[in-house]
Ligand binder design. Structure first.
Ligand code: BEZ
Length: 182
């Protein structure tokens, strides 16, 4: 079984794996449109985390990391996935295209937040999303740490520009510098 991560799993997989491949999935974009009240925010002051948004356009792609899980670990990893589902994500299957051209594309599982889930944040002006991320904290740490680590990890994987991710990275860094000067 392969699992594709495009959020915190890119830089901090929380399960055991036997193989790791950097690459991308097609037909999606990555957006900070899911609210987090349990990891990177709190009830009443949610943070924002990423979800895949299906575009139906095969030239759209999202870079991340696919992890191969051994048969013996499948049950425990499925438990981790179930917890994610409770956070508003649904598991889907999609094709993954490894960066390493020697490797064939493969089917993997990943998660996607649907618009009807209780933690759906949806689209908002980028400066509002940046403000929210800059000032949200939760049990797993600050929301800006999540954003900065993700942007840094994606830059090491690909030179393909992720406009939404990198613009937020820049905006939130500016907000935090301004906060320090207050
Ligand atoms: C991720 O890290 O890729 C991820 C984890 C949970 C839900 C969505 C994405």
């Amino acid at each position: 079984m392969w699992i594709f991560g495009y959020g915190s799993l890119v830089w901090r997989p929380d399960f055991r794996y036997i193989n790791r491949q950097e690459g991308h999935v097609k037909g999606f974009i990555r957006r900070f449109w899911q609210l987090s009240e349990d990891h990177r925010g709190l009830p009443g002051k949610p943070g924002r985390v990423v979800t895949l948004i299906s575009t139906g356009n095969q030239s759209d792609c999202v870079y991340g990391v696919a992890y191969e899980i051994s048969n013996v670990d499948e049950v425990s990893v499925r438990h981790v996935l179930d917890v994610r589902e409770k956070d508003g994500y649904t598991i889907i299957e999609t094709n993954f295209y490894p960066k390493d051209v020697e490797q064939k594309d493969m089917t993997c599982y990943t998660y996607m937040a649907h618009t009807e889930n209780p933690f759906w944040g949806g689209d908002a002006p980028l400066d509002q999303i940046a403000e929210q991320i800059a000032h949200a904290y939760g049990p797993s740490g600050s929301n800006h740490e999540y954003l900065f680590k993700l942007a840094e990890a994606i830059r090491t994987i690909t030179s393909v520009h992720d406009e939404h991710l990198f613009s937020l990275d820049k905006l939130v860094k500016t907000i935090l510098i301004q906060d320090e000067q207050k």
